[in-house]
Ligand binder design. Sequence first.
Ligand code: SF4
Length: 363
Amino acid sequence: MTSPSSTLAHPYFAKALLEWYPRHRRDLPWRHTRDPYAIWLSEVILQQTRVKQGLPYYLTYISTYPTVQDLAAAPEDEVLRHWQGLGYYSRARNMHHTAQQVVAEYGGRFPETYAELLKLRGVGQYTAAAIASFAFDEKVAVLDGNVFRVLARVFGLTQDIAAPASRRVFQVLADQLIPAEAPAEFNQAIMEFGAIQCTPVNPDCLFCPLQNQCYAFQHGMVNELPVKSKAKAARTRHFHYLVLRHADTVYMRKRGPKDIWEGLYDFALTEKDVADLSAVELLHAVEALGGQLSTTRVEEPVQAMRHVLSHQKVEAKFHLVWLHAPLPAAALKASGLTAFTLLETNALPKPILIANYLDKSWK
Ligand code: SF4
């Protein structure tokens, strides 16, 4: 197994990637710009998201908010609504705050160095390196999942890429491999190479320009590298949603901080350790919210939906409950619920689970 110190100065590596890249790269809109705002937008959207899935979101954001000032001035609900379906909503909230920070503290111009970019909220090492190199040609190497994989395989690095301490080893190596004359092109190339040639499963080793130098290929370790420890098993949460309705309205509330889906809208919620909510529990839950159940209109069956997040699994049941009368003002204040017409719910940012339920139930 090689160590980083024994892999320094491998000129073939950058050369091979820089020859490979123009022949294989995908034509993507953010590759035609040096505008740090557009580059930042694309990087935020593409974190933990495939290009195919992220592309329409990028196009929506860049056309709705062509400048950082436009994004900063937009209402948060609207920014989150455009994010719907992409997951990891804290990214959208951070993105909005960062835009406001760039406007308030930097006069609407992105900082131009890696060190300054790191001071922006929600901008970590990867994003700062991407903007600094793509927009300003700074020689700082990006490290994302694709880069970890390529380096681990080509140089035979066995450090666990899920362990924070390993990052430094890979960063030192990547910073030594990046050529001063083409940092942007090199960063783009290595990420693209990982995305379409040296893929997690079935990499195209047969037609790979690095085949002769690749440690993993030469030692039959392509499937073992990179080493990545398993994430903890996701915990299961049982959400019992009380979908309270009266006349043509439905009651929803904006979720608070310290849990998943902050800032998104869902229904009144009772969370339990088990999958069932008895009729009595349902009645008590409605009464606790200040509502009066209509005995003639509790609809069955409840719908069950599953939503898998990175670290938890949500099993949701929707209990559609018709109320005798609208919830009184005091109950709305205490519960945070608001009555919306079904049309109004369209414009609210919602977890995809809630959006799917509404679509299935009432469209
Ligand atoms: S030979 Fe295979 S494992 Fe090695 S860099 Fe090329 S595609 Fe990746």
